[in-house]
Design a protein around this ligand. Structure first.
Ligand code: FDA
Length: 389
């Protein structure tokens, strides 16, 4: 059966990366088809940043991304920058603000970002088909065929499997394997961690947040940590979760602003103060009570030995939690791992061994920090592929 429609490129997935790529390719005069199984495009954009979309980060740099090849993202990130995306946002008259740590958000709604991308697609006369399942992908004579449509180029932009209830799937990996491309084991990232055993007692602190330095492996992040009814969350924990590996500890500095010797000084200056009250000057009261109890600091400070206080100081600045897992893909903001960067050109995102096949966005083994970095990768990788299509 002859194909009913021919395109220059078919893009699978109308999320952040797919829409950016489609718009740029379309505006280069190519005929582009975007296929998405969801009822509307850009659903993760719509829920991102609490509905305001943290669309990029001013401090974008390759060392803020995890990948088996830390150099892979450099080319795309340097050719399409946070400033480039911001220029598009401003061209569309979307008001924005910087919240903290270089994170840029819409003043209004994330819907403005989706509308902007769809306007850009319309300017490139892109055909966008939602509610369509991908089905069989045939490949012969340098052409890719899906249903009645065919093109010499196919772009995998179907993201990762985080938040399946929003329609996220692992189809990118199935497609990659079907074409013989390696996949780095996908795992949940930017995800809350769970505590069990003896540490489950901390779950009683559910709702308590504190400014900490959290660490896993060599990574360190100073932001808020939040106790939950399952374990630990909050930005500091989400950040370290991407670096955390099963059975490794997560180190928390609960008192990042104190000077060494602060508890011993307190004992000298206020011998009758209760340890929990002194801790509460640095920490939320409920957390201070629980930590003092764990450190067995009872009675006034002058009843605690200097050795016990020195040990308490040490533990408070390097508290070791031993998470028994994560809350999984159901709660992960992104997926780490994915289509191996060894299979792709860092210039074009094209598969080295399959001419015409491309992979962009979260489907690829490049995962950003929390704070707009993942969207910037989606824009930059989509833009890079678009230059080659
Ligand atoms: P994306 O997931 O956006 O798009 C994939 C598309 O493929 C979807 O439209 C999907 O419907 C479609 N698809 C999937 N499987 C398919 C199939 N089998 N058949 C057909 N279509 C299929 N990042 C950031 O930088 N700032 C932020 O504020 C946030 N906030 C945030 C909040 C929440 C709750 C989540 C879950 C994630 C974020 N992120 C984020 C991460 C960000 O959303 C994510 O990294 C990008 O959307 C990835 O863009 P992609 O285009 O690669 O995938």
């Amino acid at each position: 059966m002859p194909p009913s429609r021919t395109f220059d490129a078919i893009i699978l997935g109308g999320g952040a990366a797919g829409l950016m790529c489609a718009a740029v390719v379309g505006q280069r005069g190519r005929r582009v088809l975007v296929i998405d199984h969801a009822g509307e495009v850009g659903k993760k954009i719509l829920i991102s940043g609490g509905g305001r979309c943290n669309f990029t980060n001013r401090d974008t740099a390759p060392d803020r991304y995890l990948s088996a090849n830390p150099h892979f993202a450099k080319s795309a990130l340097s050719r399409y920058t946070a400033q480039d995306f911001l220029a598009m946002v401003e061209r569309h008259g979307i008001a924005w603000h910087e919240k903290t740590l270089g994170q840029l958000f819409c003043d209004g709604s994330a819907r403005q970002i989706v509308a902007m991308l769809l306007d850009e697609c319309a300017a490139g006369e892109v055909t966008v088909e939602t509610g369509r399942t991908i089905g069989e992908v045939a490949h012969a004579d340098g052409r890719f065929r899906i249903g009645g449509d065919e093109a010499p180029a196919l772009v995998i932009a179907t993201g990762g499997p985080s938040i399946p209830k929003m329609g996220a799937t692992g189809i990118a990996y199935d497609l990659a394997r079907r074409f013989g491309l390696k996949v780095v084991e996908p795992r949940p990232a930017l995800v809350p961690l769970t505590l069990g055993g003896d540490e489950a007692l901390f779950r009683e602190l559910s709702g308590v947040a504190s400014d900490v330095v959290a660490g896993a492996g060599k990574a360190r992040f100073r932001e808020a940590a939040l106790f939950t009814h399952k374990g630990l969350s909050g930005p500091a924990i989400l950040q370290v979760s991407s670096y955390w590996r099963a059975r490794e500890p997560v180190a928390i500095d609960f008192v990042p602003d104190v000077r060494p010797g602060w508890l011993l000084d307190a004992k000298r200056l206020r011998p009758r103060a209760l340890p929990a009250a002194v801790l509460a000057e640095q920490l939320p009261a409920r957390l201070a009570d629980r930590l003092a109890e764990r450190l067995a600091l009872a009675g006034p400070l002058n009843g605690c030995s200097d050795k016990a206080l020195a040990e308490a100081e040490r533990r408070l600045s390097d508290w070791r939690f031993h998470p028994n897992g994560t809350e999984g893909f159901a709660k992960a903001e992104v997926t780490a791992g994915g289509i191996s960067t060894a299979e792709l050109s860092s210039q074009t995102m094209g598969a080295k061994r399959v001419p015409g096949l491309y992979a962009i966005g979260e489907a690829v083994d490049v995962t950003g920090w929390l704070g707009g970095y993942n969207f910037q990768w989606a824009w930059a990788s989509g833009w890079a592929a678009a230059q080659a299509l």
